[in-house]
Write a protein that binds this ligand. Structure first.
Ligand SMILES: [Zn+2]
Length: 320
């Protein structure tokens, strides 16, 4: 039987007031129509920004758009249609500096460790801990970026014992290793040691290589899996109980293996919004994280210092 609703009832059921994610405006919307609500004028600016990404003609255009997104000047990134998280602001200066070397940062989280009264899980207290991690792209076909230096950068980061690192090409597809064969036995294998200098440069650069811990499944109870976990928390009714409370794993590093790489939704893939401007530069993708909890690492500075040490130049820095 159809239920006939009076207009006021209709409104409480199907219309709600939400706050725009970009500005302080509140507006009425139907439930669940937009997961990232934006008021009319912000929606307009968001689609303008998406057009700019679609029309980017060069790597410099992409760098510039990403910097403007990080500064909150445009309303979409290559993969996000919401503003940068508040926590991102903690590392924005470091992220922006990497762009001077031709690096486009895609995803990141800063190191965090805090205890607060829980706004979720029905109250109580929680302690929330994050390892810093970051994903970024470097072009390998750009006149201002030497391929050899990119290879050295990959080696340098993969050798750093304080980091967990994966390196791969965003524009290549990777076969899944044959069943019952270890990843190391195939030529698209994640490699645990840097490649030798005698191997052809191009091949060497575009292998999928990782120092993430290999586990057969990401069973969250598995101790080994903890190495790949980047966010965890504990929750109790009272603050004092937190000390002995067990950790609950929240998120693990993406891009741990070839399967994870082939999952849909890779953020700035060569088929994504940025199109040819990205694909033509055959970028190498990096996912870098601190290996230990509370290591106090400034990941952006570590990567910047590594760029300087291998001889990359801030050739994309512009006078502002
Ligand atoms: Zn708005």
């Amino acid at each position: 039987m159809n239920e006939v609703l009076d207009p006021p009832d209709y409104h409480t059921r199907f219309v709600k007031e939400v706050k725009c994610r970009w500005c302080p405006t509140w507006f009425a919307t139907k439930k669940d129509t937009d997961r990232i609500p934006a008021c009319e004028s912000c929606q307009e600016r968001r689609s303008e920004a998406e057009d700019e990404w679609n029309n980017a003609a060069s790597w410099e255009d992409l760098l510039n758009l990403n910097q403007r997104y990080l500064r909150n000047e445009i309303f979409a990134s290559s993969s996000y249609t919401m503003p940068p998280d508040r926590e991102t602001m903690l590392i924005t200066p470091g992220l922006l500096r990497l762009h001077d070397y031709g690096i486009i940062t895609i995803e990141s989280q800063p190191e965090l460790d805090y205890t607060e009264q829980s706004p979720w899980l029905g109250g109580g207290w929680h302690r929330w801990v994050q390892k810093p991690w970051m994903m970024f792209l470097i072009p390998t076909e750009h006149d201002l970026v030497e391929k050899e230096k990119v290879r050295l950068l990959a080696n340098k980061l993969l050798e750093d014992g304080k980091l967990t690192v994966s390196v791969w090409s965003e524009c290549d597809t990777y076969r899944h290793p044959k069943k019952n064969k270890g990843y190391d036995e195939t030529n698209v294998a994640p490699r645990r040691t840097p490649l030798g200098n005698d191997e052809p440069l191009r091949d060497a650069m575009f292998h999928f290589r990782t120092t993430t811990v290999r586990i057969h499944n990401d069973d969250k109870k598995d101790d080994q899996a903890n190495c790949n976990v980047v966010t965890r928390y504990k929750h109790e009714d009272s603050r004092s109980d937190l000390t002995d409370s067990p950790w609950i794993n929240k998120t693990s590093l993406p891009y741990r293996n070839i399967d994870a790489l082939n999952e849909p939704g890779t953020s700035l893939g060569c088929d994504g919004k940025a199109g040819d401007a990205l694909k033509n530069m055959r970028p190498l993708a990096f996912c870098v994280a601190a290996k230990e909890w509370d290591a106090g690492l400034d990941l952006q500075k570590i990567v910047e210092d590594a760029c300087i040490e291998v001889g990359m130049k801030p050739a994309f820095a512009r006078a502002e």
